[in-house]
Design a protein around this ligand. Structure first.
Ligand code: SF4
Ligand code: FES
Length: 392
């Protein structure tokens, strides 16, 4: 099932390894430079065991990794975290990526940026900035972020970005406690002169699962949300591109998560592990290879963990004999693990899964009666919102 082909050799670099037909060199790769972060979002997608600063790849290791990515034909690099701007060498890393010919995108909470730091990044060749927002105004947004004055700072950095001519994407993660602000979030993105708005409903694995009852939207909220987004997509055509991710629990068919496990995307953890998605380490029993031990080309082709759920051969019923198996690749492995304890099961977001009805009922019940307070994410293992309120 493999042949000696390599996609995209525009860089003029020779093919590096046999590539199986059912996976290709990714167009874009996500580099998680650190898990350190000043925010404490209750839906944080980083693994439950955060990697410490001392485990992070050095500047030199990132340089080598970025060069390898360019050599195998990757075109874009997204710098993320945690909060990537905590790395003091970020401008140096961006410059190296830019010099290697990669399109560079910074995915940031923005709260640590100054105008000078942003200018340094733009001078280093940063191609694009993506700023995450937790709502449309201070009270809701600062509460969700777990950091006072964060919203105002984000607005400021978004304005500086446009002054520096950096293309801007606004990223908004939505849930029961901020969906009422959706129309205002869309208007905020227009007012900030953003090129793109990504509206993503929370996905429930990792830390978000601990806060599911506080975050799960009602079905009515999701129906309203979909209508608002569809109206805005028509009204703002040519002004603002809007991407929209619906929550799995109310879906009938699962999302084609990451385009299929290990098919067309990977990310690199702060310590250099090559993962098929940001949440893959929530699945126990998988060992991921590191850029410290192997070349990227070797890992992409040979990693046991990447090969485990590639293609369709691993699938159980009902996926195995389903006509949709090459459309959604059985949904999300991380969600299957979170909800069934086995990443090799059909994603319960699929109506054909025997567990689907149960998760739909759970969603409805939690949305109606769930907790309203968060468990914040941080390096101390989490903080209950009620404890903060009681201490104040
Ligand atoms: Fe997709 Fe499997 Fe559901 Fe078929 S049964 S729609 S392949 S998740
Ligand atoms: Fe890991 Fe979907 S988030 S496979």
């Amino acid at each position: 099932m493999s042949e000696s082909v390599v996609t995209r050799t525009d860089s003029g670099i020779a093919p590096v390894a046999p590539i199986a037909r059912d996976h290709v060199i990714p167009l874009a790769v996500l580099a998680e430079l650190t898990h350190r972060c000043p925010l404490q979002c209750p839906y944080c997608s980083n693994p439950l065991d955060l990697e410490r600063a001392g485990q992070e790849l050095t500047t030199g290791e990132w340089r080598k990794t970025l060069s390898e990515l360019a050599q195998i034909g990757v075109l874009q690099i997204h710098f993320s975290g945690g909060e990537p701007t905590v790395r003091k060498d970020l401008a140096e890393i961006v410059k190296h990526a830019n010099d290697a010919g990669l399109y560079t995108n910074l995915i940031t909470s923005a709260v640590l940026l100054t105008k000078d730091k942003l200018k340094d990044l733009a001078d280093a060749g940063l191609s694009h900035i993506q700023i995450s927002f937790q709502g449309s105004e201070t009270i809701v947004a600062d509460r969700v972020a777990g950091l006072a004055k964060s919203h105002d700072k984000k607005i400021q950095v978004a304005r500086w970005s446009r002054e520096l001519d950096l293309p801007l994407t606004v990223n908004a993660v939505m849930h029961r406690q901020n969906l009422h602000q959706l129309s205002d979030v869309i208007q905020m993105a227009v007012d900030l002169d953003a090129d793109r708005l990504e509206i993503a409903n929370v996905q429930y694995y990792g830390w978000a699962l601990k806060n599911r009852a506080a975050l799960m939207p009602t079905l009515e909220q999701i129906e309203d949300c979909t209508r608002i987004v569809e109206d805005a997509q028509v009204r703002l055509k040519g002004t603002l591109a809007i991407d929209y991710v619906v929550p799995d629990y109310y879906a009938i068919r699962p999302k084609k998560c990451m385009g299929g496990w290990g098919r067309q995307f990977f990310n690199i953890s702060p310590s250099g592990k090559v993962l098929p998605c940001h949440a893959a380490e929530t699945i126990t029993g998988l060992a991921f290879d590191s850029v410290r031990d192997h070349s990227i080309a070797w890992i992409w082709e040979n990693s046991e963990a990447l090969n485990r759920y590639r293609g369709t051969g691993w699938m159980p019923e009902p996926c195995r004999s389903c006509d949709h198996r090459e459309e959604d690749y059985g949904g999300c492995r991380c969600q299957a693990f979170a909800l069934t304890g086995d990443a090799g099961n059909t994603d319960p977001a699929c109506a054909l899964s025997p567990l689907h009805e149960g998760i739909f009922k759970t969603a409805e019940q939690e949305a109606a009666e769930g907790a309203s307070q968060f468990i914040y994410r941080n390096f101390s293992g989490g903080t209950r919102e009620e404890d903060i309120i009681n201490r104040a």
